[in-house]
Write a protein that binds this ligand. Structure first.
Ligand SMILES: Nc1nc2c(c(=O)[nH]1)N[C@H]1C(S)=C(S)[C@@H](COP(=O)(O)OP(=O)(O)OC[C@H]3O[C@@H](n4cnc5c(=O)[nH]c(N)nc54)[C@H](O)[C@@H]3O)O[C@H]1N2
Ligand SMILES: Nc1nc2c(c(=O)[nH]1)N[C@H]1C(S)=C(S)[C@@H](COP(=O)(O)OP(=O)(O)OC[C@H]3O[C@@H](n4cnc5c(=O)[nH]c(N)nc54)[C@H](O)[C@@H]3O)O[C@H]1N2
Ligand code: SF4
Ligand SMILES: [Mo]
Length: 817
């Protein structure tokens, strides 16, 4: 692990610890394959689209994969004819049993041909035309030599004048599944390998997926743990999912969609889904749907805790033995009385408020009687499998939301046992694959993943206590150069797009932006130098599995076709720049990309003796192994003295002394708070503020959506047709605004405006909108985003502890357009 933080290194899609992975949902995409609605003239998706149902004998079938950051990694079999991909077939190995299942690609992977051969493909290196504004879309085609020379010269100048900390590798997860081509975490990328040869780069900690929960887990559990894997629900009496939507966020038929559905079918364990939306998961496997207002889970948990304590349903032995801070008898030294969780719940703490179901009902919008029933049901079931997705934590109070759910898991005493869970996101079995391609970053300074815009704007003012700078008390320089490899977080996926693009337009601050992508994305528009990458179908790599319950797998994704246009591989690009910086030998160690892939597999075979050789794996495409169910904290449960947690007390810290301390020393914006207990925090643009804000009374979340993986696949015609971008609104909210289903509406706040059709549906709680995240920002002449990107509305305001992206905390208004 490259950072020394209390947090685990979790990437956007999958936890990096080999045994702690999670993942995906069901396809349903079969009907689209080969139906050929595309009428383009690009190679590969033209007239030959009307393909026969089975590949002709002379066609070549090449194993490839879909490497995006959806938590899964699906093998794909590319049917290649005359050097072009004519069809995409899914995995055809394995069966329908949990642990050996087919990894059936979802609708997106099956449409990958339309991403590979997309009109938006970048064809040649380009430079922003001198004298034009960033983002103006004025480009000059340049040669690869010119591009490499300019990048190397600028890097040399910036390192000399401002040091290596002025160069930043922005978050990007477009090719997370690869090993040599991997785009995150920064340290794993070929860009980092290049930077490390010349002194390193400014690092980031956390990720856009799970910054707050990872930060919370560091204090609560001493690190990332993972809840029990979904296949283990067979041992549960009850399954409770907080803002966890595996049927849409884990869409691979080989991953969690398959595992949750099969487990439900075979064992029919009762499932409660807690989500402001009636999600695909609530619909598919839920027996009960509870719809709290966004950002109010900690209040909901408090009410459940109140019921449990009042009826003595908590597992007191577990709390006494394994936890700190549940009651006054189990507090750390030096903390005044009244600061236990029990005191907080029963109104004996500093706020003097009893957290009754009635109190919580007013905050969450969930009826008091439902909360009482929920408290009894969860309180009486043993063991309970509790998980949370990352919706609850992607909020202004996300750390407390996450910790409240962990605390509920402890109160049920279900931690560390089969059928139970830690309240984190589900873990899964994983393979300990080696990665010899990774080198070390000589720079130790890091900022939070979400604060790079601040570091461009006012880097030298950023401190450890105010901004969460790590490795140093303060930054010495602002960011002068950004590498954006396989990411759209430079604009589209970051908060407040209008503010972000205004910052980027000023090239006196950040002097050089290099974007390496294969599509003309929103972020690509803001590059100074644009480098056209190949797609993963155009090169060789080894793919390490996504989350798949108790199954492990690896894929050799072979080169199916030659690089299109004038595209190059990332390995070649970085090698060429390394040569110009005089470090080619250090960068390549004399190896080709294939040499590295072979080495990854060879070294992995030391840990995984059954893993086939490179040649065999290349032939097989995908190799699967049935592993064990993941039981989070089984060791600790077995012997807490021999296996203490990484927390100060070695126990589960419901009360965290380190948080108690930083709540007094860290400098926070007016109104923000850090608490030692997982209290409900009423925040900026939260549920409480929505009730009093007449201008912007609606809470906006942006769920992860099946049309896209973030923004990737967002320019694929099939996907746009199958799953159009719409804003979800409750009929009551629609009616008072005179809006009916399919009306074009405008959603707006002080930060921006967007226009898209309304989906009027009781599947979303009153007072809440959801604009599926990841749509491509497309401002018209008046600055109204016609693409419907939710980040037109979101802000830069970070969460208090992790300094993470609170992108589900936003208030706005909606009107008929
Ligand atoms: N409002 C809001 N914003 C969010 C979120 C949210 O819930 N709400 N979610 C956040 C989360 S969890 C995440 S992980 C981030 C994701 O943010 P990103 O990591 O930026 O994800 P994508 O938008 O998919 O961008 C991936 C890019 O990689 C490119 N790409 C794909 N394949 C290749 C390749 O082989 N080579 C190269 N060079 N490029 C390739 C794609 O074209 C695309 O531009 O978004 C975050 N943003
Ligand atoms: N199809 C598809 N799959 C994806 C992705 C994608 O873009 N598309 N992105 C991938 C990535 S990188 C990630 S990080 C994961 C993201 O996985 P998640 O972060 O779990 O996904 P979200 O849709 O943001 O949130 C999950 C659910 O939480 C709900 N929710 C929002 N706020 C709250 C709240 O305050 N409380 C409760 N109880 N629920 C809340 C949302 O309505 C949603 O149904 O998905 C991955 N899978
Ligand atoms: S988007 Fe995810 S689930 Fe769908 S094919 Fe790609 S890797 Fe598999
Ligand atoms: Mo993510």
């Amino acid at each position: 692990m490259e950072t020394k933080d209390v947090e685990p290194a979790v990437d956007g899609g999958v936890s990096r610890r080999s045994v702690l992975k999670w993942s995906a949902a069901v396809g349903g995409g079969a009907a689209l394959v080969g139906t050929g609605v595309y009428a383009g003239v690009l190679p590969g998706i033209g007239s030959e689209n009307a393909v026969a149902l089975s590949p002709a004998a002379e066609d070549k079938i090449v194993w490839s994969s879909c490497n995006v950051n959806c938590g899964s990694r699906c093998p794909l079999r590319m049917v290649v004819k005359d050097g072009q991909i004519t069809r995409v077939l899914p995995d055809d190995t394995g069966d329908d049993a949990i642990g050996t299942q087919q990894i059936r690609a979802c609708v997106r992977g099956r449409s990958i041909r339309h991403r590979i051969y997309n009109p938006d493909r970048l064809k040649s290196p380009m430079r922003r035309r001198p004298g034009t504004k960033r983002g103006a879309g004025q480009w000059d085609e340049i040669t690869w030599e010119e591009a490499f020379d300019e990048i190397a010269a600028t890097m040399t100048r910036l390192i000399r004048d401002h040091g290596n900390e002025s160069i930043y590798l922005n978050y990007g997860t477009g090719t997370l599944g690869g090993t040599i081509t991997r785009s995150w975490p920064p340290i794993d990328t070929p860009v980092a390998r290049l930077m490390n040869c010349v002194g390193g780069y400014l690092n980031h900690y956390g990720d856009y997926s799970s910054a707050q929960i990872a930060g919370a887990a560091g204090y609560h559990y001493g690190g990332w743990i993972g809840s029990n894997s979904f296949d283990d629900v067979k041992n549960s009496q009850l399954q409770v999912m907080f803002g966890n939507n595996p049927l849409e966020t884990r869409m691979s038929g080989g991953g969690e969609t398959f595992v949750t559905q099969q487990t439900k079918k075979l064992y029919n364990v009762r499932t409660i889904v807690i989500d402001p939306r009636y999600s695909e998961t609530a619909q598919g496997i839920g027996d009960l749907w509870i719809a709290p207002k966004p950002g109010t889970d900690a209040a909901l948990v408090a009410a459940i805790a109140h019921v449990m304590i009042s009826q003595n349903l908590q597992d007191q032995d577990f709390l006494d033995t394994y936890c700190q801070g549940f009651d006054e008898d189990h507090m750390p030294d030096g903390v005044p009385p009244g600061n236990s969780y029990r005191s907080y719940i029963m109104g004996l703490g500093p706020d003097g408020i009893e957290k009754t179901p009635k109190w919580a009902s007013a905050i969450t919008g969930v009826p008091t009687s439902t909360l009482i029933q929920l408290g009894r049901e969860i309180g009486q079931a043993r063991p309970v499998h509790i998980t949370q997705g990352w919706g609850p934590q992607r909020h202004a109070n996300g750390e407390n939301q996450a910790r409240a759910i962990f605390t509920l898991a402890a109160m049920t005493g279900s931690v560390g046992v089969p059928g139970g869970g830690t309240g984190e996101r589900e873990g899964s079995f994983g393979l300990p694959m080696a990665n010899p391609f990774v080198s070390e970053n000589p720079v130790e300074t890091a900022i939070s993943v979400f604060s790079w815009t601040d570091a461009i704007e006012h880097g030298p003012e950023m401190t450890a206590l105010r901004d969460g700078v790590r490795g140093k008390d303060k930054l010495d320089t602002g960011i002068k150069m950004v590498w954006q490899y396989a990411g759209n977080a430079l604009t589209n996926q970051h908060g407040d797009i209008n503010r972000t693009v205004a910052l980027l337009e000023d090239d006196s601050l950040c002097e050089m932006i290099v974007v390496i992508d294969n599509q003309m994305t929103v972020s690509a528009r803001y590059a100074d130098i644009l480098l056209p990458d190949v797609s993963n179908a155009e090169q060789l790599d080894v793919i390490q599995q996504g989350s798949a319950g108790n199954m492990g797998y690896a894929i050799v994704a072979d080169q199916a076709i030659e690089p299109l246009y004038n595209c190059k591989t990332i390995y070649e690009m970085m090698t060429e720049i390394a040569r110009r910086l005089g470090v080619e030998r250090e960068f390549t160690e004399g190896k080709t990309q294939e040499d590295w892939v072979r080495q990854v597999i060879d070294e992995s075979r030391a840990e995984i003796p059954d893993l086939p050789s490179f040649e065999d794996l290349r032939e097989m495409g995908v190799w699967k192994v049935k592993g064990e169910s993941y039981i989070g904290l089984a060791d600790f449960r077995g012997d807490p003295v021999a296996n203490p947690l990484g927390t100060e007390s070695g126990k589960i810290e419901i009360f965290s002394k380190p948080l108690w301390e930083i709540s007094k020393t860290w400098e926070l914006p007016e109104g923000d708070r850090i608490t030692a207990l997982p209290e409900h925090l009423s925040t900026w643009e939260g549920a409480e503020e929505a009730r009093t804000n007449d201008a912007f009374p609606l809470q906006v979340i942006g769920h992860h959506f099946k049309q896209r993986t973030h923004s990737t696949y967002g320019n694929v015609d099939w996907m746009k047709e199958a799953h159009p971008q719409v804003v979800w609104i409750n009929p009551m909210d629609a009616e008072v605004r005179g809006v009916v289903n399919d009306d074009l509406v405008e959603v707006f706040n002080d930060r921006g405006r967007l226009r898209l059709p309304a989906r009027v549906t009781p599947r979303i709680a009153p007072g809440v909108l959801s604009v599926p995240q990841g749509a491509w920002f497309k401002p018209d002449a008046d600055g109204v985003d016609m693409g419907g990107s939710v980040n037109t509305l979101t802000s830069w305001h970070p969460s208090p502890i992790a300094k993470g992206n609170a992108q589900h905390t936003t208030l706005a208004q909606l009107r008929k357009a």
